[in-house]
Ligand binder design. Structure first.
Ligand code: GLU
Length: 485
C-alpha cells in the first residue's frame, strides 16, 4: 500500500471550531499512527467568508496542540502550493475543469441570476434544493464559443447523469447509494474564476496524493458528486471518514452561543491544551481499553480509525472539566504555577505567598477560574453564618466553638513564628491539655480564619498564609460573632 497521506484543510473563516480541531486531530493521528504524512492546506476559495487573521489562528492552534504538519504553505513537500488561491493562479483548476468539458462531464453555463431564480426547487430530506435544469448543456459548441468571445460571465458545471445510481463508501456509514436524478449539476468553477470547494477538494486531494479524508458529515450528501468527479477523471477515491456532528448537552449543533465551541473559547475558560486535545480525541473515538487519559504520543500509538463511531458526539463540558482537573493534578508544579499566577493575582492583591497558595489549590480545581472561589477568603474574610461552627462529626456547636476560641486565643497570641508547624504543635499541646479531639478545636479555628465551609487547606496552613495579625483579628471577630448571637 502507498504511504498514508492525510490533510487538514481548513477554511480561514474565524476561530478554530472544536469540530475542525477534531478533524485535524484525527487526520494527524491516522497519518502518524502509520508513519505517514500530515499536510496543511488552506482552503480560501470562498473569498466572501475569508476572515483576516484566521490563518494565523490556524497556525497557532496547530502548533500549540502539537499537530505538527509535515507539509503546508510554510513547509514545501513537493505538492505545493498549499493555499488554494495560490493553486488557482497556477491554472490547475481550470485545466482540470476543461478536461472534464472535453470528456462531456462538465459544461459552461451562462445563466444569469434572473434565470436561475425561476428554477423550481424541491425539498429533499428537509432541505430545499434547486436542481439546475441543464439548460446550457444544450448550447452548441459555436454558441458557447460566441458567448465566451463576447466576454459573457460563466460558470462551469458538473454534468451528472439523470438516470442510474451512484454508490460510494464511507468508513463509518458504509456504502451509500443515491439516485443520480438527485445530483445537482454543481458549479465547479465560479464566475469569479475561483473553484468551488466542491471541485477544489477533489482536484487537490488527488493531486496531493491524499489517501484518507476526515471531515464533518455535512459533506456526506455532496460526496456522491465528488465520487462522480473521481470516476470521470479515472482517479482513485480516497478513504472517506465523515464524522458525526458535535452537539451541545441539548443535542443542538455546538454553536458560538454555547460559549465553548472553539479552541480559543476553551483556552479563555482556563482549560489546558493537553486536556482539550485529549477530550476531543474521545468525541467519536474510543480505544480498546477503558482508558481515557492519553498524551498525544499515546493517542498516536492507540489510534485506529476503524474505531471511530458514528453516534452523535455530545460535548460534555462537565467531563472536560473533570479531565482538565486530572491534567492539573499531574502537571509539574512550576508549569502549574506559571499558568495559575495570573488567576491568583486577580483575586489576591495583598502580599501573600502565592506559591504556597497555588500548591494548596493544585489538586482541588478543575479549571483555573476555579481558583478565585477557592482562595478569595485570604483577601478578605467573607461574611459567614455562625451555623457553620456546628459540625456533627467534630462534635462542635456554637457554644463549644465560642469556648474553644476564647481559650485558644491567648495560646495563639504568644506564638511568634506563624508557620504551619509551630502553630500546629501549639494547638496540639492545647488539645492534649484539654483532653479533646483535634477536630473539636481545629474546626472552629478554621471556620474563624476562613469564614468558609470548605477551604483548600487546614487551619494552621491558612494562618501561616494570613500571618499573625490577620489570623488573630479573624479569631477575635469569630468570638465577637458568637458572643453576639
Ligand atoms: N475547507 C473545508 C472546511 O473547512 C474542509 C472540508 C474538508 O476537510 O474537506 O470545512
Amino acid at each position: 500500500m502507498s504511504k498514508i497521506r492525510t490533510r487538514y484543510a481548513p477554511s480561514p473563516t474565524g476561530r478554530m471550531h472544536v469540530g475542525n480541531l477534531r478533524s485535524a486531530l484525527y487526520e494527524f493521528l491516522i497519518a502518524k499512527h502509520d508513519g505517514g504524512d500530515f499536510m496543511l492546506r488552506i482552503e480560501d476559495t470562498d473569498q466572501e467568508r475569508f476572515v483576516e487573521g484566521a490563518v494565523d489562528i490556524i497556525y497557532r492552534t496547530m502548533e500549540k496542540t502539537g499537530l505538527i504538519h509535515d507539509e503546508g504553505p510554510d513547509k514545501d513537500g513537493g505538492y505545493g502550493p498549499y493555499v488554494q488561491s495560490e493553486r488557482m493562479k497556477t491554472g490547475i483548476y481550470m485545466k482540470y475543469a476543461k478536461e472534464l468539458i472535453d470528456k462531456g462531464e462538465a459544461y459552461y453555463c451562462f445563466c444569469d441570476k434572473e434565470r436561475l431564480a425561476t428554477l423550481k426547487s424541491e425539498v429533499v430530506e428537509g432541505k430545499e434544493i434547486t436542481i439546475y435544469d441543464k439548460h446550457c448543456l444544450g448550447l452548441s459548441k459555436e454558441e458557447v464559443q460566441a458567448a465566451l468571445d463576447a466576454g459573457k460571465p460563466f460558470v462551469i458545471r458538473q454534468n451528472n447523469p439523470t438516470e442510474g445510481t451512484t454508490t460510494f463508501h464511507d468508513e463509518l456509514y458504509g456504502d451509500i447509494t443515491v439516485n443520480n436524478s438527485e445530483l445537482d449539476d454543481m458549479i465547479l468553477i465560479k464566475s469569479d474564476g475561483y473553484p468551488t470547494y466542491n471541485f477544489a477538494n477533489v482536484v487537490d486531494d488527488h493531486t496531493m496524493n491524499i489517501t484518507h479524508v476526515v471531515r464533518g458529515n455535512e459533506y456526506l450528501s455532496s460526496s456522491p458528486k465528488y465520487v462522480r468527479l473521481y470516476e470521470a477523471f479515472g482517479w482513485e477515491v480516497p478513504v472517506y471518514v465523515h464524522l458525526p456532528l458535535i452537539t451541545d448537552e441539548n443535542h443542538k449543533k455546538l454553536s458560538k452561543r454555547s460559549g465553548h465551541s472553539s479552541f480559543e473559547d476553551l483556552l479563555e475558560q482556563g482549560f489546558v491544551t493537553e486536556a482539550i486535545v485529549n477530550y476531543i480525541a474521545l468525541l467519536g473515538w474510543s480505544p480498546e481499553d477503558n482508558n481515557e487519559i492519553f498524551t498525544l504520543d499515546e493517542l498516536i500509538e492507540k489510534f485506529d480509525y476503524h474505531r471511530i463511531n458514528k453516534s452523535p458526539s455530545v460535548f460534555d463540558i462537565v467531563k472536560l472539566r473533570w479531565m482538565n482537573g486530572e491534567y492539573l493534578k499531574a502537571m509539574d508544579f512550576d508549569s502549574f504555577y506559571e499558568m495559575a499566577e495570573p488567576y491568583l493575582k486577580e483575586t489576591l492583591t495583598k502580599e501573600f505567598d502565592l506559591k504556597k497558595i497555588a500548591a494548596m489549590v493544585k489538586t482541588r480545581i478543575e479549571v483555573f477560574p476555579d481558583i478565585a472561589g477557592q482562595v478569595d477568603f485570604f483577601e478578605a474574610l467573607p461574611e459567614y453564618d455562625i451555623a457553620m461552627y456546628t459540625h456533627k462529626k467534630m462534635k462542635t456547636t456554637t457554644e463549644s466553638s465560642l469556648e474553644v476560641l476564647k481559650e485558644v486565643l491567648p495560646v495563639l497570641e504568644v506564638v511568634d513564628n506563624y508557620d504551619n508547624d509551630t502553630l500546629y504543635q501549639a494547638i496540639l499541646k492545647f488539645v492534649e491539655e484539654k483532653g479533646c479531639k483535634n477536630g473539636y478545636v481545629m474546626w472552629p479555628i478554621r471556620t474563624a480564619v476562613s469564614g468558609k465551609q470548605m477551604t483548600p487547606a487546614g487551619a494552621t496552613e491558612i494562618m501561616e498564609i494570613l500571618g499573625k495579625e490577620e489570623s488573630l483579628k479573624r479569631i477575635r471577630k469569630g468570638i465577637e460573632l458568637l458572643e453576639n448571637a
